[in-house]
Design a protein around this ligand. Structure first.
Ligand SMILES: Nc1ncnc2c1ncn2[C@@H]1O[C@H](COP(=O)(O)OP(=O)(O)O)[C@@H](O)[C@H]1O
Ligand SMILES: [Mg+2]
Length: 225
């Protein structure tokens, strides 16, 4: 479903150029649960941002669901992203003044749904991620793990085909990180959502169905379990 073909990405860094991705090729099937692993600076975030249509590549091509996203303009990318992609971040990125419920429901406000439907979908997904009863809490009244659960609910509530998660467990203790991974895996199996998440944590890689190892902007290994 995702075809990444010989992708090169450079960043201008003052006088010098940083070669963040040096010819990465990778195909990801529908429903896969893939970890992009590798040390800090290996290009994980760069690759996720390119798949996520939030950055521009220098060479190569990325196709998602038969659409060449790498040649879309900004507007087309935004539209594609809204329709097909969900995002989870290391720092949760919740809106602090909104409750858990509002953080998730907000995503649906751009769609043409009835109030009842918004409520139904939001409550269902919050329950699925284990937050029943906590809908009205602001992020500051939730633990890190609970905030990440809200973020996962927010990513899934639109039923995207693909969820991209950049180091989703990096700010969590290992036990909580493991719970978040289990939850993502459960959602992957239940909804058939394709998950791609980055990590430098070996525990997290254990949960992946496939581990793509990056090193200095190149794929070093690619193993399916
Ligand atoms: N906006 C940027 N400007 C300049 N260099 C960048 C930028 N973003 C990332 N880099 C560089 O690109 C390389 C890959 O970074 P990144 O994709 O963030 O790796 P990772 O997520 O694996 O830590 C690193 O050398 C990093 O310093
Ligand atoms: Mg990163």
């Amino acid at each position: 479903m995702i075809k990444i073909d010989n992708v090169v990405k450079n960043y201008a860094n003052g006088e010098t150029e940083v070669k963040a991705l040096r010819g990465v090729s990778l195909n990801i099937d529908r429903g896969e649960f893939t970890s992009i692993a590798g040390p800090s600076g290996s290009g994980k975030t760069t690759l996720l941002n390119l798949i996520g249509c939030i950055d521009k590549l220098d060479q190569g091509e990325i196709t998602i669901k038969s659409e060449t996203v790498s040649s879309m303009n900004k507007n087309e990318k935004t539209k594609f992203r809204r329709k097909n992609l969900g995002f989870v971040f290391q720092t949760y990125n919740l809106i602090p003044v909104l409750s858990a419920y509002e953080n998730v429901a907000f995503v649906l406000s751009l769609l043409d749904l009835s109030e009842d439907e918004v409520r139904e979908r939001t409550m269902t997904i919050l329950k699925e991620v284990g937050l029943a009863g906590m809908e009205n809490r602001k992020p500051s009244k939730l633990s890190g793990g609970q905030q990440q659960r809200v973020a996962i609910a927010r990513a899934l509530v639109k039923n995207p085909e693909i969820v991209l998660a950049d180091e989703p467990t990096a700010n969590l203790d290992s036990g909580t990180g493991e719970e978040i991974l289990k939850l993502m895996r459960e959602m992957n199996e239940k909804h058939g959502t394709t998950f791609i998440f980055s990590t430098h944590d070996p525990m997290v890689m254990d949960y992946a169905g496939r581990v793509v190892m990056l090193h200095d902007g190149q794929i070093k290994s690619d193993e399916r379990k």
